[in-house]
Design a protein around this ligand. Structure first.
Ligand code: UT7
Length: 364
């Protein structure tokens, strides 16, 4: 995982909008969030998270087959943020694309990658959830600006003969609720104009109450469905990793499933809602804290704009091979060399373009 260094507390926000720590904590459970500095972007956070995830395995950048970046705050419309990550890692053989399913995106992306591995078309994939939502927030709107934060989390999936991994997945959507949570302008429906900018249509617009109602309906049911499709029972699940949007939504899911809160990973207090990055960040923290061990059955469950929602049951499997220190050093060097590789590829493309241009003119 990777989060920006800069922390913004509720007290800090109370200096810029009419809010207070008591309201934010009691309504959401959020105490602080991490906000990207001017040189940090969705791609830079994603690259850091991906490199750290890769460091848990014996894979090197040239071994990577596929990179999926789930994000709602991509670096550009295109090229895909995943391609920037591919270049920054020096993953010369990898396919790369972005996936847009708002806060549910990481679950969708993990399932897509797992199915590609199962089909035999690839051997491994890096799946990343990365967001810089702070760039899309109306910092004058207290109903949204207190909720969101920036960050990235990543996981490496590899083909294996061992049992476990992704067991089942439920992916759902309901586009009739699209306007409940959106960034209305900047796309083909409302291209950027002076008016769209003045009306702040390029920032997050949300009907919080309706999204809350929808979330409390789907969290428990999607979890149950994913568990039943996996052939497990609720009692087999050691930990649930929910999307971190609001502590009260997680508590409602716990009540719906009749589970104690200690079965849920909760870190919203420190990060706010990082959209599609929230599940992988929570997962990384749970692994780091020793709450996830090989063989554990887990459920990831999320919901968000679209509307989308989903849940995924998995059995945690540790990497077959871990990198030895020499390999780790080699991999760091390779990632460092990726900058040079990228630079020389650009220079080469330019020279080739000039030579080709000359040759084409010569044939006329
Ligand atoms: O990743 C998925 C994305 N989003 C979500 O999951 C969000 C789901 N929704 C929620 O989490 C909650 O609806 C919110 C946290 C957004 C809002 O909580 P709420 O309990 O539904 O509050 P509310 O919208 O009903 O607002 C209650 C009051 C209002 O004042 P009045 O009209 O009762 O006088 C708001 O204007 O709280 C006011 N309010 C605030 N007060 C202080 C709204 N935002 C703030 C604020 N500070 N930041």
């Amino acid at each position: 995982m990777a989060v920006p260094e800069k922390v913004v507390t509720n007290e800090d926000l109370a200096q810029i909008v009419d809010t207070n720590d008591e309201w934010i904590v009691s309504r959401t459970g959020i105490h602080q969030r991490h906000i990207a500095g001017k040189d940090e972007t969705t791609a830079s956070l994603a690259t850091k998270a991906a490199a750290r995830a890769m460091a848990m395995t014996a894979l090197e950048p040239p071994d990577i087959d596929l990179i999926i970046v789930s994000t709602s705050t991509p670096e550009h419309f295109f090229p895909a943020t995943a391609c920037l990550v591919q270049d920054a890692l020096g993953a010369g053989r990898a396919g790369a694309f972005d996936l847009s399913a708002a806060c549910t995106g990481f679950i969708y992306a993990l399932n897509m990658a797992a199915q590609s591995i199962r089909s035999g078309s690839i051997r491994n994939a890096i799946v990343i959830g990365s967001e810089t939502l702070s760039r899309m927030i109306n910092w004058e709107d207290r109903t949204t600006c207190v909720l969101f934060g920036d960050g990235a989390g990543a996981i490496v999936l590899e083909a294996s003969e061992r049992p476990g991994g992704i067991l089942s997945c439920v992916m759902r959507s309901d586009g009739s609720g699209g306007e409940l949570l959106s960034i209305p302008a900047g796309g083909s429906r409302y291209p950027t104009t002076v008016e769209t900018l003045q009306r702040k249509m390029h920032t997050i617009h949300m009907n919080g109450k309706e999204v809350y109602r929808f979330a409390t309906h789907v969290m428990a049911s999607a979890t149950r469905e994913a568990i039943s499709r996996s052939g497990l029972r609720l009692s087999d699940i050691s930990l649930i990793i929910p999307h971190q949007a609001n502590l009260r939504i997680i508590e409602a899911a716990a009540r719906g499933l009749k589970l104690p809160m200690d079965k849920f990973v909760v870190n919203i207090g420190n990060y706010g809602n990082t959209s599609t990055a929230s599940i992988p960040i929570a997962m990384c923290e749970a692994v780091g804290a020793g709450r996830i061990r090989p063989g554990d059955n887990l459920v990831m469950v999320g919901f968000g704009g679209g509307l989308t929602w989903g849940a995924l049951a998995l059995q945690w499997v540790e990497p077959e091979k871990r990198a030895r220190p020499a390999l780790r050093r080699r991999r760091s060097i390779l990632i460092w060399l990726a900058h040079l590789r990228s630079f020389f590829r650009r220079v080469y493309r330019r020279i080739e373009g000039v030579l080709w241009g000359g040759r084409e003119r010569g044939t006329k």
